[in-house]
Design a protein around this ligand. Structure first.
Ligand code: FAD
Length: 468
Protein backbone atom coordinates (compact mmCIF):
# COMPACT_ATOMS: atom_id res chain seq x y z
CA UNK A 1 0.00 0.00 0.00
CA UNK A 2 1.23 3.47 -0.86
CA UNK A 3 1.96 5.70 2.15
CA UNK A 4 -0.02 8.93 2.56
CA UNK A 5 2.82 10.51 4.51
CA UNK A 6 6.55 9.75 4.49
CA UNK A 7 9.18 11.07 6.84
CA UNK A 8 12.63 10.38 8.21
CA UNK A 9 11.44 10.58 11.81
CA UNK A 10 7.99 10.29 13.34
CA UNK A 11 7.31 11.19 16.96
CA UNK A 12 4.21 9.57 18.45
CA UNK A 13 2.69 11.84 21.09
CA UNK A 14 3.15 15.59 21.63
CA UNK A 15 3.74 15.79 25.39
CA UNK A 16 6.89 17.29 26.91
CA UNK A 17 8.85 14.25 25.72
CA UNK A 18 7.45 14.21 22.20
CA UNK A 19 7.50 17.89 21.32
CA UNK A 20 11.01 18.30 22.75
CA UNK A 21 12.21 15.35 20.66
CA UNK A 22 10.48 16.62 17.51
CA UNK A 23 11.86 20.13 17.87
CA UNK A 24 15.40 18.97 18.64
CA UNK A 25 15.40 16.57 15.68
CA UNK A 26 14.13 19.33 13.37
CA UNK A 27 16.83 21.68 14.67
CA UNK A 28 19.35 19.00 13.74
CA UNK A 29 18.03 19.00 10.19
CA UNK A 30 15.71 16.01 10.22
CA UNK A 31 12.39 15.81 8.38
CA UNK A 32 9.97 15.28 11.27
CA UNK A 33 6.27 14.40 11.66
CA UNK A 34 4.65 14.79 15.08
CA UNK A 35 1.51 12.69 15.59
CA UNK A 36 -0.91 13.70 18.36
CA UNK A 37 -4.47 12.52 18.95
CA UNK A 38 -5.59 15.87 20.39
CA UNK A 39 -5.67 19.21 18.63
CA UNK A 40 -3.78 20.90 21.48
CA UNK A 41 -0.08 20.09 21.73
CA UNK A 42 1.63 19.75 25.11
CA UNK A 43 0.39 16.38 26.37
CA UNK A 44 -0.66 15.66 29.92
CA UNK A 45 1.80 18.12 31.44
CA UNK A 46 0.57 21.23 29.68
CA UNK A 47 -3.11 20.37 29.27
CA UNK A 48 -4.13 18.30 32.30
CA UNK A 49 -1.05 18.05 34.52
CA UNK A 50 1.83 20.22 35.67
CA UNK A 51 0.73 23.55 34.30
CA UNK A 52 -3.01 23.81 35.14
CA UNK A 53 -2.35 22.30 38.59
CA UNK A 54 0.29 24.91 39.34
CA UNK A 55 -1.95 27.75 38.10
CA UNK A 56 -4.63 26.58 40.57
CA UNK A 57 -2.09 26.01 43.35
CA UNK A 58 -1.05 29.63 43.00
CA UNK A 59 -4.59 30.72 43.82
CA UNK A 60 -4.56 28.36 46.82
CA UNK A 61 -1.26 29.84 48.00
CA UNK A 62 -2.63 33.38 47.81
CA UNK A 63 -5.72 32.39 49.81
CA UNK A 64 -3.60 30.70 52.49
CA UNK A 65 -1.06 33.50 52.60
CA UNK A 66 -3.85 36.02 53.16
CA UNK A 67 -5.28 33.89 55.97
CA UNK A 68 -1.88 33.63 57.67
CA UNK A 69 -1.24 37.36 57.38
CA UNK A 70 -3.38 37.70 60.49
CA UNK A 71 -0.37 36.26 62.39
CA UNK A 72 1.49 39.50 61.77
CA UNK A 73 -1.41 41.82 62.15
CA UNK A 74 -2.86 42.03 58.66
CA UNK A 75 -6.40 40.77 58.32
CA UNK A 76 -8.22 40.24 55.05
CA UNK A 77 -11.88 39.41 54.72
CA UNK A 78 -13.19 36.00 53.70
CA UNK A 79 -12.05 35.35 50.12
CA UNK A 80 -14.70 35.58 47.45
CA UNK A 81 -14.04 32.99 44.80
CA UNK A 82 -15.21 33.40 41.24
CA UNK A 83 -14.75 29.85 39.96
CA UNK A 84 -15.39 30.79 36.34
CA UNK A 85 -12.65 33.43 36.51
CA UNK A 86 -10.26 30.99 38.17
CA UNK A 87 -10.95 28.41 35.46
CA UNK A 88 -10.44 31.16 32.90
CA UNK A 89 -7.03 32.00 34.35
CA UNK A 90 -5.97 28.35 34.17
CA UNK A 91 -7.26 28.00 30.62
CA UNK A 92 -5.52 31.18 29.45
CA UNK A 93 -2.19 29.97 30.83
CA UNK A 94 -2.57 26.59 29.11
CA UNK A 95 -3.86 28.18 25.89
CA UNK A 96 -0.95 30.58 25.65
CA UNK A 97 1.51 27.67 25.70
CA UNK A 98 -0.59 25.51 23.35
CA UNK A 99 -0.32 28.34 20.85
CA UNK A 100 3.38 28.71 21.55
CA UNK A 101 4.00 25.05 20.77
CA UNK A 102 1.99 25.17 17.54
CA UNK A 103 4.04 28.21 16.52
CA UNK A 104 7.32 26.51 17.37
CA UNK A 105 6.35 23.44 15.33
CA UNK A 106 5.55 25.64 12.31
CA UNK A 107 8.74 27.63 12.67
CA UNK A 108 10.77 24.42 12.56
CA UNK A 109 8.71 22.91 9.74
CA UNK A 110 7.66 19.98 11.92
CA UNK A 111 4.54 18.55 10.27
CA UNK A 112 1.85 17.98 12.90
CA UNK A 113 -0.68 15.25 12.08
CA UNK A 114 -3.74 15.00 14.31
CA UNK A 115 -4.96 11.48 14.94
CA UNK A 116 -4.41 8.33 16.95
CA UNK A 117 -1.38 6.39 15.80
CA UNK A 118 -0.97 2.64 15.90
CA UNK A 119 1.89 0.63 14.42
CA UNK A 120 1.13 -1.36 11.26
CA UNK A 121 4.72 -2.60 10.90
CA UNK A 122 8.24 -1.71 12.03
CA UNK A 123 8.24 1.17 9.52
CA UNK A 124 4.56 2.16 9.37
CA UNK A 125 1.98 3.85 11.53
CA UNK A 126 -1.72 3.98 10.84
CA UNK A 127 -3.16 7.28 11.95
CA UNK A 128 -6.90 7.47 12.57
CA UNK A 129 -8.26 11.02 12.49
CA UNK A 130 -11.22 12.35 14.45
CA UNK A 131 -13.36 11.80 11.33
CA UNK A 132 -12.43 8.11 11.21
CA UNK A 133 -10.18 8.53 8.16
CA UNK A 134 -7.03 6.39 8.31
CA UNK A 135 -3.73 7.60 6.87
CA UNK A 136 -0.66 5.43 6.44
CA UNK A 137 2.62 6.98 7.48
CA UNK A 138 5.96 5.41 6.55
CA UNK A 139 8.95 6.36 8.66
CA UNK A 140 12.68 5.79 8.77
CA UNK A 141 12.92 6.10 12.56
CA UNK A 142 10.32 6.56 15.30
CA UNK A 143 10.27 7.99 18.82
CA UNK A 144 7.40 6.68 20.93
CA UNK A 145 6.28 9.35 23.40
CA UNK A 146 2.70 8.25 24.05
CA UNK A 147 2.81 8.90 27.80
CA UNK A 148 0.46 7.57 30.43
CA UNK A 149 -3.02 7.94 31.82
CA UNK A 150 -4.64 7.81 35.27
CA UNK A 151 -5.11 4.39 36.83
CA UNK A 152 -8.82 3.72 37.27
CA UNK A 153 -9.74 1.75 40.38
CA UNK A 154 -12.03 -1.06 39.29
CA UNK A 155 -15.55 -1.17 40.68
CA UNK A 156 -15.87 2.61 41.04
CA UNK A 157 -18.85 4.26 39.33
CA UNK A 158 -16.69 5.99 36.70
CA UNK A 159 -19.71 7.05 34.65
CA UNK A 160 -20.77 9.32 37.53
CA UNK A 161 -19.16 12.77 37.19
CA UNK A 162 -18.76 12.96 40.96
CA UNK A 163 -16.01 10.33 40.68
CA UNK A 164 -12.98 12.07 39.17
CA UNK A 165 -9.42 11.41 38.14
CA UNK A 166 -6.85 14.23 38.13
CA UNK A 167 -8.16 15.49 34.79
CA UNK A 168 -11.68 15.79 36.21
CA UNK A 169 -10.40 17.47 39.36
CA UNK A 170 -8.54 20.10 37.30
CA UNK A 171 -11.77 20.98 35.51
CA UNK A 172 -12.91 22.54 38.77
CA UNK A 173 -16.60 22.07 38.04
CA UNK A 174 -17.51 23.11 41.58
CA UNK A 175 -16.16 23.19 45.11
CA UNK A 176 -17.61 20.08 46.73
CA UNK A 177 -18.48 20.31 50.42
CA UNK A 178 -16.93 16.93 51.21
CA UNK A 179 -14.12 15.67 48.97
CA UNK A 180 -12.54 12.25 49.38
CA UNK A 181 -9.03 12.01 47.95
CA UNK A 182 -8.01 8.42 47.33
CA UNK A 183 -4.20 8.32 47.28
CA UNK A 184 -1.90 10.56 49.30
CA UNK A 185 0.82 10.91 46.67
CA UNK A 186 1.97 14.06 44.92
CA UNK A 187 -1.03 14.47 42.60
CA UNK A 188 -3.64 13.67 45.27
CA UNK A 189 -2.12 16.07 47.78
CA UNK A 190 -1.66 18.89 45.26
CA UNK A 191 -5.33 18.68 44.34
CA UNK A 192 -6.29 18.39 48.03
CA UNK A 193 -4.34 21.63 48.60
CA UNK A 194 -6.31 23.41 45.89
CA UNK A 195 -9.75 22.21 46.98
CA UNK A 196 -9.08 22.80 50.69
CA UNK A 197 -8.07 26.40 50.03
CA UNK A 198 -11.23 26.87 48.01
CA UNK A 199 -13.29 25.60 50.94
CA UNK A 200 -13.80 21.83 50.61
CA UNK A 201 -13.66 19.56 53.62
CA UNK A 202 -10.94 17.04 52.69
CA UNK A 203 -10.47 13.41 53.65
CA UNK A 204 -7.31 11.71 52.35
CA UNK A 205 -7.03 7.94 52.36
CA UNK A 206 -3.63 6.36 51.70
CA UNK A 207 -2.68 2.69 51.62
CA UNK A 208 0.94 3.19 52.75
CA UNK A 209 2.00 4.15 56.25
CA UNK A 210 2.93 7.70 55.24
CA UNK A 211 1.80 10.39 52.85
CA UNK A 212 3.92 10.80 49.71
CA UNK A 213 5.43 7.31 49.68
CA UNK A 214 8.94 7.56 48.21
CA UNK A 215 9.86 10.72 50.08
CA UNK A 216 11.72 10.53 53.38
CA UNK A 217 9.40 10.37 56.37
CA UNK A 218 10.90 13.40 58.11
CA UNK A 219 10.24 15.53 55.02
CA UNK A 220 6.59 14.58 55.00
CA UNK A 221 6.01 15.42 58.66
CA UNK A 222 5.83 19.24 58.36
CA UNK A 223 3.37 18.83 55.48
CA UNK A 224 1.22 16.30 57.35
CA UNK A 225 1.25 18.54 60.45
CA UNK A 226 0.15 21.57 58.47
CA UNK A 227 -2.57 19.68 56.62
CA UNK A 228 -3.93 18.36 59.92
CA UNK A 229 -3.89 21.86 61.41
CA UNK A 230 -5.87 23.03 58.41
CA UNK A 231 -8.48 20.38 59.15
CA UNK A 232 -7.56 17.82 56.48
CA UNK A 233 -8.42 14.31 57.74
CA UNK A 234 -5.58 11.90 56.90
CA UNK A 235 -6.15 8.15 57.06
CA UNK A 236 -3.05 6.01 56.53
CA UNK A 237 -2.82 2.24 56.02
CA UNK A 238 -6.38 2.34 54.80
CA UNK A 239 -8.01 1.62 51.49
CA UNK A 240 -11.30 2.34 49.83
CA UNK A 241 -12.95 -0.96 49.02
CA UNK A 242 -16.26 0.29 47.76
CA UNK A 243 -17.76 3.36 46.12
CA UNK A 244 -21.46 3.52 45.28
CA UNK A 245 -23.27 6.34 43.55
CA UNK A 246 -26.26 7.53 45.57
CA UNK A 247 -28.51 10.47 45.04
CA UNK A 248 -27.04 12.35 48.00
CA UNK A 249 -23.38 11.53 47.29
CA UNK A 250 -20.84 8.79 46.71
CA UNK A 251 -21.04 6.25 49.53
CA UNK A 252 -17.65 4.69 50.28
CA UNK A 253 -16.54 1.67 52.23
CA UNK A 254 -13.09 1.46 53.83
CA UNK A 255 -10.78 -1.19 55.19
CA UNK A 256 -7.67 -0.68 57.28
CA UNK A 257 -6.28 0.90 60.39
CA UNK A 258 -7.89 4.32 60.24
CA UNK A 259 -11.48 4.37 59.01
CA UNK A 260 -12.88 7.84 58.22
CA UNK A 261 -15.90 8.97 60.25
CA UNK A 262 -18.09 9.87 57.29
CA UNK A 263 -18.89 7.49 54.46
CA UNK A 264 -20.67 9.89 52.12
CA UNK A 265 -18.81 12.34 49.86
CA UNK A 266 -19.95 14.93 47.34
CA UNK A 267 -16.99 14.09 45.11
CA UNK A 268 -14.26 11.47 45.07
CA UNK A 269 -10.86 12.06 43.48
CA UNK A 270 -8.95 8.90 42.62
CA UNK A 271 -5.20 9.61 42.40
CA UNK A 272 -3.58 6.22 42.88
CA UNK A 273 -1.06 6.29 40.07
CA UNK A 274 -0.71 6.29 36.31
CA UNK A 275 -0.54 3.55 33.70
CA UNK A 276 1.77 3.81 30.68
CA UNK A 277 0.11 3.71 27.26
CA UNK A 278 2.46 1.01 25.92
CA UNK A 279 -0.30 -1.45 25.21
CA UNK A 280 -2.45 0.97 23.24
CA UNK A 281 -0.21 1.66 20.26
CA UNK A 282 -0.02 -1.69 18.46
CA UNK A 283 3.62 -2.04 19.52
CA UNK A 284 3.59 -5.79 18.77
CA UNK A 285 3.13 -5.07 15.05
CA UNK A 286 6.45 -3.24 15.10
CA UNK A 287 8.07 -5.93 17.23
CA UNK A 288 8.57 -3.49 20.12
CA UNK A 289 8.60 -5.30 23.48
CA UNK A 290 6.15 -4.01 26.08
CA UNK A 291 6.14 -5.40 29.63
CA UNK A 292 3.10 -6.63 31.56
CA UNK A 293 2.39 -3.18 32.98
CA UNK A 294 2.65 -1.37 29.65
CA UNK A 295 6.17 0.02 29.97
CA UNK A 296 8.66 -0.14 27.10
CA UNK A 297 12.26 -1.00 28.03
CA UNK A 298 15.00 1.19 26.53
CA UNK A 299 18.79 1.35 26.62
CA UNK A 300 20.97 4.31 27.56
CA UNK A 301 20.31 5.84 24.12
CA UNK A 302 16.52 5.42 24.51
CA UNK A 303 16.42 2.70 21.86
CA UNK A 304 13.82 -0.05 22.28
CA UNK A 305 14.59 -3.65 21.31
CA UNK A 306 13.91 -2.50 17.71
CA UNK A 307 16.97 -0.40 16.93
CA UNK A 308 15.37 2.35 14.88
CA UNK A 309 12.44 2.81 17.30
CA UNK A 310 13.07 4.84 20.44
CA UNK A 311 10.82 5.44 23.45
CA UNK A 312 10.86 8.25 26.02
CA UNK A 313 8.95 9.77 28.92
CA UNK A 314 6.26 8.19 31.10
CA UNK A 315 5.98 5.20 28.78
CA UNK A 316 9.52 4.02 29.61
CA UNK A 317 9.19 4.09 33.39
CA UNK A 318 9.48 5.97 36.64
CA UNK A 319 9.80 8.67 37.64
CA UNK A 320 6.87 9.87 35.54
CA UNK A 321 7.94 13.51 35.41
CA UNK A 322 7.93 16.09 32.66
CA UNK A 323 11.57 17.12 33.06
CA UNK A 324 12.62 13.49 32.71
CA UNK A 325 10.51 13.13 29.54
CA UNK A 326 11.94 16.25 27.89
CA UNK A 327 15.51 15.30 28.75
CA UNK A 328 15.02 11.86 27.26
CA UNK A 329 13.33 13.42 24.23
CA UNK A 330 16.35 15.54 23.47
CA UNK A 331 18.68 12.59 23.81
CA UNK A 332 16.61 10.30 21.58
CA UNK A 333 16.41 13.02 18.90
CA UNK A 334 20.16 13.53 18.97
CA UNK A 335 20.84 9.81 18.66
CA UNK A 336 18.28 9.51 15.86
CA UNK A 337 20.05 12.37 14.07
CA UNK A 338 23.29 10.40 14.22
CA UNK A 339 24.99 11.91 17.26
CA UNK A 340 26.93 9.54 19.46
CA UNK A 341 25.34 10.16 22.81
CA UNK A 342 24.09 8.30 25.77
CA UNK A 343 22.69 9.52 29.05
CA UNK A 344 22.36 7.89 32.37
CA UNK A 345 20.53 10.18 34.75
CA UNK A 346 22.37 10.59 37.97
CA UNK A 347 19.69 12.76 39.45
CA UNK A 348 16.11 13.60 38.59
CA UNK A 349 14.52 15.94 41.11
CA UNK A 350 11.03 15.19 42.42
CA UNK A 351 8.83 18.00 43.70
CA UNK A 352 5.44 18.08 45.39
CA UNK A 353 4.00 21.57 45.00
CA UNK A 354 2.05 21.28 48.20
CA UNK A 355 2.23 23.75 51.09
CA UNK A 356 4.95 23.36 52.30
CA UNK A 357 6.61 22.12 49.14
CA UNK A 358 8.65 18.93 49.33
CA UNK A 359 11.59 18.37 46.98
CA UNK A 360 14.25 15.73 46.84
CA UNK A 361 17.00 14.63 44.49
CA UNK A 362 19.59 11.87 44.32
CA UNK A 363 19.82 9.27 47.06
CA UNK A 364 17.25 9.63 49.85
CA UNK A 365 18.16 8.89 53.46
CA UNK A 366 15.85 5.87 53.49
CA UNK A 367 17.43 4.51 50.29
CA UNK A 368 20.93 5.04 51.70
CA UNK A 369 20.00 3.07 54.82
CA UNK A 370 18.28 0.31 52.87
CA UNK A 371 21.17 -0.17 50.46
CA UNK A 372 23.96 0.16 53.00
CA UNK A 373 25.49 3.31 51.49
CA UNK A 374 27.76 5.00 54.03
CA UNK A 375 26.10 8.38 53.96
CA UNK A 376 26.68 11.28 56.29
CA UNK A 377 23.50 13.29 56.81
CA UNK A 378 23.45 16.98 57.62
CA UNK A 379 20.30 18.88 58.41
CA UNK A 380 19.70 22.58 58.67
CA UNK A 381 16.44 23.46 60.41
CA UNK A 382 14.76 26.54 59.02
CA UNK A 383 13.87 27.54 62.59
CA UNK A 384 17.48 28.79 62.62
CA UNK A 385 16.94 30.90 59.48
CA UNK A 386 15.75 34.40 60.28
CA UNK A 387 14.33 34.70 56.76
CA UNK A 388 12.23 31.54 57.14
CA UNK A 389 11.00 32.63 60.55
CA UNK A 390 10.28 36.09 59.15
CA UNK A 391 7.87 34.59 56.65
CA UNK A 392 6.34 32.42 59.34
CA UNK A 393 7.78 29.16 58.00
CA UNK A 394 10.31 27.93 60.55
CA UNK A 395 8.98 24.39 60.17
CA UNK A 396 11.00 23.76 56.99
CA UNK A 397 14.40 22.13 56.80
CA UNK A 398 17.16 21.27 54.36
CA UNK A 399 18.90 17.93 54.47
CA UNK A 400 22.00 16.90 52.52
CA UNK A 401 23.57 13.48 52.17
CA UNK A 402 27.30 13.05 51.60
CA UNK A 403 29.34 10.03 50.69
CA UNK A 404 31.42 9.50 53.80
CA UNK A 405 34.48 8.34 51.90
CA UNK A 406 34.76 11.20 49.42
CA UNK A 407 32.69 13.94 51.13
CA UNK A 408 30.84 14.30 47.84
CA UNK A 409 27.18 15.15 47.90
CA UNK A 410 24.93 12.27 46.80
CA UNK A 411 21.46 13.49 47.72
CA UNK A 412 19.42 16.27 49.17
CA UNK A 413 15.92 17.05 50.31
CA UNK A 414 14.10 20.22 51.26
CA UNK A 415 10.72 20.86 52.80
CA UNK A 416 9.38 24.40 53.00
CA UNK A 417 8.07 27.12 50.70
CA UNK A 418 9.95 27.26 47.37
CA UNK A 419 11.65 23.88 48.02
CA UNK A 420 11.04 23.06 44.34
CA UNK A 421 13.13 26.04 43.26
CA UNK A 422 15.78 25.50 45.92
CA UNK A 423 16.46 21.86 45.00
CA UNK A 424 18.09 22.75 41.66
CA UNK A 425 21.26 23.86 43.41
CA UNK A 426 21.51 20.47 45.06
CA UNK A 427 20.94 18.73 41.70
CA UNK A 428 23.72 20.80 40.12
CA UNK A 429 26.05 20.08 43.02
CA UNK A 430 25.50 16.32 42.64
CA UNK A 431 25.97 16.47 38.86
CA UNK A 432 29.22 18.37 39.34
CA UNK A 433 30.53 16.04 42.03
CA UNK A 434 30.68 18.84 44.58
CA UNK A 435 32.10 18.19 48.01
CA UNK A 436 30.62 19.59 51.19
CA UNK A 437 33.23 22.36 51.25
CA UNK A 438 32.37 23.45 47.68
CA UNK A 439 28.78 24.06 48.72
CA UNK A 440 29.50 25.41 52.17
CA UNK A 441 32.16 27.85 50.93
CA UNK A 442 30.04 29.18 48.09
CA UNK A 443 28.77 32.54 49.25
CA UNK A 444 24.99 32.50 49.31
CA UNK A 445 23.02 35.75 49.58
CA UNK A 446 21.76 36.60 53.05
CA UNK A 447 19.00 36.43 54.15
CA UNK A 448 17.58 33.83 51.76
CA UNK A 449 16.11 30.36 52.03
CA UNK A 450 18.89 29.20 49.68
CA UNK A 451 21.40 29.79 52.47
CA UNK A 452 19.98 26.72 54.13
CA UNK A 453 21.76 24.58 51.50
CA UNK A 454 25.15 26.08 52.36
CA UNK A 455 24.37 25.88 56.07
CA UNK A 456 23.57 22.17 55.84
CA UNK A 457 26.89 21.60 54.02
CA UNK A 458 28.72 23.59 56.68
CA UNK A 459 26.96 21.63 59.38
CA UNK A 460 28.34 18.47 57.75
CA UNK A 461 31.81 19.93 57.73
CA UNK A 462 31.51 21.18 61.27
CA UNK A 463 32.35 24.71 60.21
CA UNK A 464 28.94 26.29 60.70
CA UNK A 465 29.24 29.73 62.25
CA UNK A 466 26.23 31.97 61.95
CA UNK A 467 22.80 30.61 62.71
CA UNK A 468 20.45 33.47 62.17
P1 FAD B 1 2.36 12.80 27.99
O1 FAD B 1 2.46 14.14 28.55
O2 FAD B 1 1.42 11.82 28.61
O3 FAD B 1 2.02 12.97 26.45
C1 FAD B 1 1.70 11.90 25.64
C2 FAD B 1 0.93 12.43 24.48
O4 FAD B 1 0.75 11.38 23.57
C3 FAD B 1 -0.46 12.92 24.84
O5 FAD B 1 -0.67 14.20 24.31
C4 FAD B 1 -1.39 11.90 24.21
O6 FAD B 1 -2.61 12.46 23.77
C5 FAD B 1 -0.56 11.41 23.05
N1 FAD B 1 -0.87 10.06 22.62
C6 FAD B 1 -0.95 8.94 23.37
N2 FAD B 1 -1.22 7.88 22.61
C7 FAD B 1 -1.32 8.33 21.35
C8 FAD B 1 -1.58 7.70 20.11
N3 FAD B 1 -1.77 6.38 20.02
N4 FAD B 1 -1.63 8.47 19.01
C9 FAD B 1 -1.44 9.82 19.09
N5 FAD B 1 -1.17 10.45 20.21
C10 FAD B 1 -1.12 9.71 21.35
N6 FAD B 1 5.34 16.27 36.15
C11 FAD B 1 6.26 17.16 36.55
O7 FAD B 1 7.42 17.02 36.20
N7 FAD B 1 5.90 18.25 37.31
C12 FAD B 1 4.63 18.45 37.73
O8 FAD B 1 4.35 19.43 38.41
C13 FAD B 1 3.64 17.51 37.34
N8 FAD B 1 2.36 17.68 37.71
C14 FAD B 1 1.42 16.79 37.28
C15 FAD B 1 0.11 16.98 37.67
C16 FAD B 1 -0.87 16.12 37.26
C17 FAD B 1 -2.29 16.34 37.67
C18 FAD B 1 -0.52 15.01 36.40
C19 FAD B 1 -1.57 14.07 35.91
C20 FAD B 1 0.78 14.82 36.01
C21 FAD B 1 1.77 15.70 36.46
N9 FAD B 1 3.11 15.51 36.10
C22 FAD B 1 4.05 16.41 36.53
C23 FAD B 1 3.55 14.38 35.24
C24 FAD B 1 3.75 14.84 33.80
O9 FAD B 1 2.56 15.40 33.33
C25 FAD B 1 4.20 13.68 32.93
O10 FAD B 1 5.34 13.08 33.48
C26 FAD B 1 4.53 14.13 31.51
O11 FAD B 1 3.42 14.75 30.90
C27 FAD B 1 4.99 12.95 30.67
O12 FAD B 1 5.31 13.39 29.39
P2 FAD B 1 5.28 12.43 28.13
O13 FAD B 1 5.77 13.25 26.99
O14 FAD B 1 5.95 11.16 28.44
O15 FAD B 1 3.76 12.03 27.93
Amino acid sequence: RKADIECALVVLGAGPGGYTAAFRAADLGMDVVLVERYEALGGVCLNVGCIPSKALLHAAAVIDEAAHAADFGVTFGKPEIDLAALRGHKERVVGQFNKGLTGMAKQRKVRVVQGTGSFASAHELEITGADGQVQLLRFGQCIIAAGSQPLELPGFPWDDPRVMDSTGALELADVPRRLLVVGGGIIGLEMATVYRALGSEITVVELADQLMPGADRDLVKPLADRLKKQGVAIHLKTKVVEARAQKNGIACGFEGESIPDGKLFDRVLVAVGRVPNGRRIGAEKAGVAVDGRGFIAVDAQMRTNVRHIFAIGDIVGQPMLAHKASHEGKLAAEVAAGEKREWIARVIPSVAYTDPEIAWVGVTEAEAKASGIQAGVAKFPWAASARAVGIGRGEGFTKLLFDEGSNRIIGGAIVGPHAGDLISEVALAIEMGAEAADIGHTIHPHPTLSESVAMAAEAYEGTITDLY
